[in-house]
Design a protein around this ligand. Sequence first.
Ligand code: NAD
Ligand code: HSO
Ligand code: ZN
Length: 410
Amino acid sequence: MNVQEFRKAFDQKRDGAGFDGYKDVMDIIERVRTEGDAALRDYTEKFDGRTPESFKVPKAALKASYDAISDEEKAALETIRTRIERYQESIKYEDRDDGEFQYVYHPIEKIGVYVPGGTALYPSSVLMTVVPALAAGVREIHVTTPTFDENNITFAALYICGVEDVYTVGGAQAIAALAYGTESIPKVDKIVGPGNYYVALAKRLLFGEVGIDMIAGPSEILIYVDGDVHVDAIVYDLFAQAEHDRNARTFLLSEEEAVISEIEARLEALIDAQPRSEIIRASIRDNHYAVVDSREALLDMVNHIAPEHVSIQHRDADMIIRNIRYAGAVFNGYYSPEAIGDYAAGPSHVLPTDRTGRFSHGLNVNDFLTSHAVISLGKETYTEIAGPAKTVARREQLDAHYQSLRIRTE
Ligand SMILES: NC(=O)c1ccc[n+]([C@@H]2O[C@H](COP(=O)([O-])OP(=O)(O)OC[C@H]3O[C@@H](n4cnc5c(N)ncnc54)[C@H](O)[C@@H]3O)[C@@H](O)[C@H]2O)c1
Ligand SMILES: N[C@H](CO)Cc1c[nH]c[nH+]1
Ligand SMILES: [Zn+2]
């Protein structure tokens, strides 16, 4: 298809599906708000097939999970943690003070982190959320994650990060629990972290009741290729997103028809051999778009979708990247596949999806800080700017404002 055909198909499908599931998720939120742990118990039984005695994971279980992973796994988690930490420290905002204006930052007091775990384990999401929170100086971190195994590498990653408040609840009910508080789970100030369609919907609905980082999930990738790419590498880059979720979206773009046909044929040839082929096939069937058009049209398309990940594997990568305005993260070239960003590059893999990259950005240390200005003007500056302020106050017909300004100029 070309970009025009894509826009018709994609926009219609996406806009039409906007409210699917809202009613179910609103019911979940309302029951958790009014019934607390009892509702969590029901939903955990219904959606995760577990009947937990208690939601809180004992500290000893976190340690046991850590003890159970191999030395190689321990070293991998530690190395990645250090790399993420360095990156986040390097972009952290700092207090500023020029006498008249101070800008001060404080870590948010209570953070709730959602770590996905419905169909796969995500220790990487622990590192990509908790490490930036720690870099910001957050002291109270509460993590919820659905789990199918009491002994797992997600718990090990939490142990490495020193998180002690972990609850085995998933989905919309976990987000509602963190937003309102239940007998087992405390109410937090802000919730961060990725998740599936239900998690994303709950975050949309609860924004304002609680701080929300962004809509992060289901996953997406847009890959822009030229005719010289390594075809199998591109196929695996597409599968790597599709295997997350049947609702994951993949976009394959080129100015050259032949390479798209070649990649699509290889994709068909390899798909059934994938361990998660059922999820991949559903995702490719319903949410995969292969588009051939001019560069100008393709660049418009990238900025229209503002995809979670954009991977440029093209001889003119620099020019293309200069023209990308909206994306969760951009991956440049063969040795920067999206999967390296999932685990080890440094920036968080928690990124905006579903076109929200038009107005939000990838999770980072600054999302765990609040800031405020302190205004300390002296007579000289005050006198200089009070005139225009009085003029506008008068025009707004807010007389007390005007008088408050006037009295200090006499
Ligand atoms: N954008 C990002 O930054 C990012 C990063 C990592 C993962 N992800 C996404 O996270 C998601 C992980 O998904 P997952 O499903 O494996 O785990 P998950 O933890 O996000 O969701 C599992 C929960 O979904 C709920 N659920 C399942 N079916 C339901 C139904 N019919 N009605 C109501 N609730 C239901 C259950 O409560 C279950 O606990 C994927 O979509 C993946 O793409 C996104
Ligand atoms: N690609 C996911 C974000 O869309 C992040 C992830 C974690 N583990 C593997 N992948
Ligand atoms: Zn991934």
